[in-house]
Design a protein around this ligand. Structure first.
Ligand code: 7TS
Length: 409
């Protein structure tokens, strides 16, 4: 197995104990841990360069602006954007999708128009569209899943018709791990003249991502799920789509001119960055991208495929355990959802915590998907570059212990 265990030394938190046991952190789909390189970059910014960006003519303000814009260049290069202006910093994936819903959807949707989603979406890629549909009179329509937890591309012809103006779908499910049908969905959207929006919150951190190769119109992701800090993320968009999009937030820094009764907008990307941006967070985001590039996203992906394969095989040894998600690691990432007999996932997560194992339990902000799976909740282990096979062994041992404690026959 590809050994990245030397990277663990960069993550101070991985040395801590929980209930007297070494922490086994298996919740990176919720948020990832941060390497010292990211912590140091943010600390250095505040200690030595802190100033507001794009305003002052003094040295520190220029340094802060250069650090902030340097982070934008790094993030743009990481996803192979055509230019840094195609990357708008947001608070995260949620606010990026809302920016498209309110900035593009609100101004282009009419009664009877449709927004096509899939049933495996996170609430962040459902609720903003519902809000905008309510105002515009548009309707939501959904691509279903197959029995083996993939998006049913056979249904694309039935769902994505000429009424559809927006196709918004997850690049990788935070519950099932399923990789979305990027090429098929983007092509289907284009064929009917719809725009495509990719929720890449789980894709960009775990899979090499080339926005020009994917060919979508917008793509959203969060820094905190890829070793960076909370409070910052990115919305990538094609320049022409950004040009036809209105700002959803107004304020300082996003204007060219302000009159008493009207205003004009600044150039991209500033048009979509009202107010003081998350500067230190963007600097940390840039450092996270540097870290991932130094490791190599191909290796990150290979490592996750290997550890996910190992986890799926070991979980299959546990009686009464059901995994929800594709078995083929070519079609999935490292979020592994499961239930164990009729033990409630919250109880399971509490038991696992006693062994130092951190997993998430609940509906994972994907309630429609829970209904498709016909479960109220699942437990979920999710992996990243710092996880090692020995941690899967601790998880499996703790699950056997849970079976014993709950008296599962
Ligand atoms: N989309 C997907 C696919 C996600 O997994 C998440 C967060 C979001 C959008 C929202 O990202 P945010 O950074 O704006 O909050 N997913 C999870 C999760 O699975 N557990 O906690 C957060």
């Amino acid at each position: 197995m590809l050994d990245l265990s030397h990277l663990r030394a960069d993550f101070p938190i991985l040395d801590r104990q929980v209930h007297g046991k070494p922490l086994v952190y298996l919740d990176s789909a919720a948020t990832t841990q941060k390497p010292v390189q990211v912590l140091d970059a943010m600390d250095d910014y505040y200690r030595h360069h802190n100033a507001n960006v794009h305003r002052g003519a003094y040295t520190m303000a220029e340094e802060a602006t250069e650090l902030y814009e340097g982070a934008r260049r790094r993030v743009a290069r990481f996803i192979n954007a055509a230019a840094p202006e195609e990357v708008v910093f947001t608070r995260g994936t949620t606010s990026a999708i809302n920016a498209v819903a309110y900035g593009w959807g609100l101004h282009h949707l009419q009664p009877g128009d449709r927004i096509a989603l899939t049933t495996m979406e996170h609430h962040a890629n459902i609720v903003p569209w519902q809000l905008v549909a309510r105002v515009t009179g548009a309707e939501l329509t959904y691509l279903p899943l197959t029995a083996d937890f993939r998006v049913d591309v056979g249904a694309i012809g039935d769902v994505i018709d000429s009424r559809v103006k927006i196709v918004a779908f997850s690049g990788m499910s935070n519950v099932l791990g399923t990789i979305g049908p990027l090429a098929e969905a983007v092509a289907a959207a284009r064929a009917v003249g719809a725009i495509s929006v990719i929720d890449a919150a789980q894709l960009v951190p775990h899979h090499p991502t080339d926005v020009r190769a994917i060919g979508a119109d917008f793509l959203a992701f969060s820094a905190h799920k890829m070793l960076g800090p909370t409070g910052v993320g990115a919305l990538w968009g094609r320049r022409d789509r950004f040009e036809e999009m209105e700002p959803a937030e107004g304020g300082g820094e996003m204007i060219r001119d302000v009159q008493l009764h009207s205003s004009t907008w600044a150039d991209l990307p500033h048009k979509f960055e009202a107010g003081t941006p998350p500067i230190a967070e963007a600097v940390g985001f840039g450092a996270a991208v540097d870290y991932l590039e130094a490791v190599g996203m191909d290796r990150v992906r290979d490592h996750e495929r290997e550890i996910t394969r190992y986890a799926l095989d070991r979980l299959a040894e546990i009686p009464d355990l059901t995994v929800y998600g594709p078995d083929d690691t070519a079609q999935r990432g490292g979020a592994v959802s499961f239930t164990l007999a009729d033990i409630h996932p919250h109880d399971l997560a509490t038991i696992l915590d006693q062994s130092g194992v951190a997993v998430r339990a609940g509906h994972h902000c994907a309630k429609p998907l829970m209904r498709v799976l016909d479960v109220p909740a699942t437990a979920r282990a999710s992996f990243y570059l710092y996880n090692v096979p020995g941690e899967v062994d601790v998880l499996v041992a703790a699950l056997h212990e849970a079976r014993r404690l709950f008296g599962v026959a």
